[in-house]
Design a protein around this ligand. Structure first.
Ligand SMILES: Cc1cc2nc3c(=O)[nH]c(=O)nc-3n(C[C@H](O)[C@H](O)[C@H](O)COP(=O)(O)OP(=O)(O)OC[C@H]3O[C@@H](n4cnc5c(N)ncnc54)[C@H](O)[C@@H]3O)c2cc1C
Ligand SMILES: NC(=O)c1ccc[n+]([C@@H]2O[C@H](COP(=O)([O-])OP(=O)(O)OC[C@H]3O[C@@H](n4cnc5c(N)ncnc54)[C@H](OP(=O)(O)O)[C@@H]3O)[C@@H](O)[C@H]2O)c1
Length: 444
């Protein structure tokens, strides 16, 4: 029996929207040219799901549906959101909703429908655990991608190039993480854990949500609706919930063209731009949610109740877990002393870290030139490291705030696909008409 691992031109780590967009871009190139790349994607989840544990009823997209997987590159692509609607016989009904912002549940369905066209290229239910360099003399000629499924069965695939798109890793502050208590739940596991550890809906459990971002606000509202008698506290460090800045004048920072401008700036300028625009994306809440929360708090005051609270300017000084629950010791700015508050569940909506790609490359680190990502998303490497490595979603500091979002997917995926085919492809590229026209314009 042949036990040699299969060799691909490209292996993708993760199959969320970023690598799904790449699968579509590669397919578009295959259709437009004689050259193809053998490739596959390895995805940890058992099936395609877009932040499944945050698919809460009533939550909407935060960008226009026109920034789907393809439209900014090729509005005639069959993988557009509009074609998805037409295929599902909802195009007119959607238009009648008069919105640019579909529900997250509908957008997940669109992404899943798109992903369904690439089943043969995706290995679901496997986590990539290591990337091992393969040497010929001093040269790194290929990469071995190791993965494991939920039962611990290991697999290896060999590849001539790699595209990372593993998304964010839940950030849980150390003061919470050290307790390893299942009743402390990160927002990324919210729906699964709430279902796995149900509370008596008729009872009056005390629940806390920590954080001042969109996830925290959405979960707060979900808990309020899910447990009508619960006491729910939203605990945040900031002095108030801040609305996300979005509007015609500021939204240009999410345009794919802005990536060129941002990348071209000196590091210090990039840093100050990120700080200036942080509140378009992080630690901010859609203003309609803030209005709903404010209205609820006011309605309570009218009735003289205090079931729901927003505890702002609050620092969690200490945490204690025992069989009765979780005690949070809270210092609120201006309060004379620390308060002890007891909860049955604490949801930490404290955001994400984006260091998975770097961690998976640990065994190649000594061969690389730091973790420097070029304009075309390729990792800087010396000549003797032959397989090109690309990274999606981990270069906010060099490519701007849109890097972790959907806004740039249609264009970024094409840039990566083009670079892959140019570096690995056996035949010259024939590009889709629109991309070809753009390139000609660039050349002229
Ligand atoms: C709740 C929520 C809502 C959001 N809503 C919006 C929005 O409306 N608009 C917007 O622009 N952005 C939104 N974002 C930002 C989000 O980052 C992007 O929408 C998008 O998910 C980025 O796609 P991605 O493929 O880069 O990452 P992800 O969607 O995170 O996908 C990464 C995939 O890689 C897999 N993976 C990770 N590690 C491994 C491994 N070791 N082996 C195999 N597979 C692995 C994961 O299981 C996952 O499926 C939202 C984020 C969250 C958390
Ligand atoms: N419907 C949607 O489309 C939707 C829904 C959810 C999320 N998202 C997106 O997902 C991304 C992440 O959003 P997010 O809300 O999960 O995370 P986030 O925006 O990064 O917010 C994290 C929050 O956690 C707080 N925090 C971090 N460490 C803390 C600590 N040690 N103690 C107390 N608080 C701490 C931060 O506080 P500080 O403010 O003090 O730093 C911040 O308020 C964003 O791009 C967002 O737009 C979209």
């Amino acid at each position: 029996m042949n036990t040699e691992p299969q060799t691909y031109d490209m292996v993708g780590v993760g199959f969320g929207p970023s690598n799904l967009a790449l699968a579509i871009a590669l397919d578009a190139m295959r259709q437009a040219s004689a050259g193809t790349l053998t490739h596959c994607f390895i995805e940890r989840q058992p099936q395609f799901t877009w932040h499944g544990d945050m698919l809460l009823p009533g939550t909407d997209m935060q960008i226009s549906f026109l920034k789907d997987l393809v439209s900014l590159r090729d509005p005639t692509s069959p993988y557009s959101f509009i074609n998805y609607l037409r295929r599902h016989n909802r195009l007119e009904a959607f238009i009648n909703q008069k919105t640019f912002f579909p529900s997250r549940i509908e957008f997940n369905d669109y992404l899943r429908w798109s992903a369904g066209h690439f089943e043969q290229n995706c290995h679901y239910g496997e986590s990539v655990t290591r990337v091992v360099p393969e040497y010929q003399g001093a040269d790194v000629v290929a990469l071995q991608v190791h993965s494991a499924d939920a039962a611990g069965r290991e697999r290896q695939r060999r590849t001539r190039s790699l595209v990372f798109a593993p998304g964010g890793r839940p950030f849980i502050p150390a003061s919470f993480a050290k307790h390893r208590d299942p009743r402390i739940i990160h927002s990324s596991r919210y729906l699964s854990e709430i279902a796995r550890q149900p509370l008596d809906a008729a009872g009056a459990p005390a629940l806390a949500v920590v954080g001042g971002g969109q996830s925290a606000a959405e979960i707060f509202l979900d808990l309020v609706a899910r447990y009508p008698n619960a006491k729910v506290d939203l605990i945040l460090r900031g002095s108030t919930l801040k609305p996300s800045e979005d509007g015609p004048s500021i939204n240009h920072i999410f345009d794919p063209d802005y990536t060129d401008y941002f990348f071209g700036q000196p590091e210090q300028v990039r840093r100050s731009l990120l700080a200036e625009f942080r509140h378009t994306n992080y630690a901010v809440v859609d203003s309609d949610l803030i209005e709903r929360i404010s209205a609820m708090l006011y309605a309570q005051r009218v009735l003289g109740q205090e079931r729901l609270r927003v505890l702002s300017s609050s620092t969690i000084e200490q945490l204690q877990c025992d069989q009765d629950g979780i005690s949070i010791y809270l210092q609120q700015a201006g309060a004379p002393q620390i308060r002890q508050l007891a909860y049955q569940r604490v949801i930490v909506a404290t955001g994400y870290q984006r260091d998975t790609s770097q961690a998976l490359l640990a065994e190649l680190e000594h061969e690389l030139e730091g973790f420097t990502i070029g304009r075309n998303y390729q990792l800087a490497a010396p000549r003797h490291v032959q397989p090109p490595i690309f990274v999606q979603g981990s270069s906010e500091t060099t490519h701007g705030l849109a890097d972790t979002l959907l806004s740039v997917l249609a264009i970024r995926s094409h840039e990566i696909a083009r670079a892959l085919v140019e570096q690995l492809g056996p035949k010259p590229l024939a590009m889709p008409q629109l991309a070809k026209r753009q390139l000609l314009e660039e050349i002229q």
